[in-house]
Design a protein around this ligand. Structure first.
Ligand SMILES: [Mg+2]
Length: 244
């Protein structure tokens, strides 16, 4: 099972890196009907789960768990379960985090999203992070709440942590690609571009028509090497749109 998963990921990487050249990726971006953004370290400067862990006083333990998870043997869902079982945040803690330490938007993202909206391009946020935090980010960027795909934390009536909704596509490995397939089917989009910093974003292409790597907050070497267009600021994307 593990071998099959690794093999399919390798195939997907190869397809994505060989299917579109830099000029093709730029052209697909200029005429995209929908642009999907990863959130953590892309639209916002930090990783939401790390900020939540720090806020709940278990930052180091969760960083250690993230490091292990990135070593490769854990599925996305297992890693999320493990980390949340350390954090065990209450509803009140999540609300307080958003009020006291609101997510920091990456410079240029507001202008880029405005520019896409002005051109009637649909903008979506697809995150392995948490809906309650991502919705807050979406509101700041005038992205409708139904364009947000993220994981849902669950709480008991008294506000204590009760797990997360395991049925969301974003709770699975390969979940971002699954969301893009859903969007293509639901809206009939032919050209969808995914933008993000991480391997899970790169893996969403295909079904995404093209992938743009973003290294403005953190550079992930594997992603940088495998994508045909890698940018370190959103200004480059705005300039490209202005060529139309
Ligand atoms: Mg990210």
């Amino acid at each position: 099972m593990k071998c099959r998963l690794l093999l399919s990921q390798t195939v997907r990487f190869d397809l994505c890196s060989t299917m579109t050249t830099l000029s093709q990726t730029k052209e697909l971006f200029r005429r995209a009907e929908a642009v999907c953004f990863d959130v953590d370290s892309t639209v916002i400067r930090e990783e939401g789960i790390d900020e939540l862990a720090k806020f709940c006083g278990v930052g180091d333990a969760v960083t250690e768990m993230t490091r292990k998870a990135m070593g490769g043997s854990m599925t996305f869902k297992m890693a999320l379960t493990e980390r949340l079982s350390i954090i065990r945040c209450s509803r009140e803690q999540v609300n307080k985090l958003i009020t006291d330490h609101p997510p920091q938007l990456t410079p240029g993202i507001r202008e880029l999203v405005d520019s896409l909206h002005q051109r009637n391009v649909k903008v979506f946020l697809i995150s392995g992070g948490f809906r309650c935090i991502v919705e807050h980010v979406a509101a700041q960027l005038n992205i409708p709440q139904h364009h947000v795909y993220a994981n849902r934390l669950k709480f008991y009536f008294n506000g204590e942590y009760a797990g997360f909704d395991e049925s969301q596509p974003t709770a699975e490995s390969g979940g971002k690609g699954k969301v893009i397939s859903i969007l293509k089917e639901q809206y009939g989009f032919k050209t969808v571009v995914m933008i993000g910093d991480g391997a899970t974003d790169l893996e969403a292409c295909p079904p995404a028509s093209a992938f743009i790597g973003f290294g403005g907050n953190v550079v992930r070497q594997q992603v940088k090497e495998r994508c045909s267009w890698y940018v370190t600021g959103f200004g480059e994307l705005i300039e490209e749109l202005e060529k139309i």
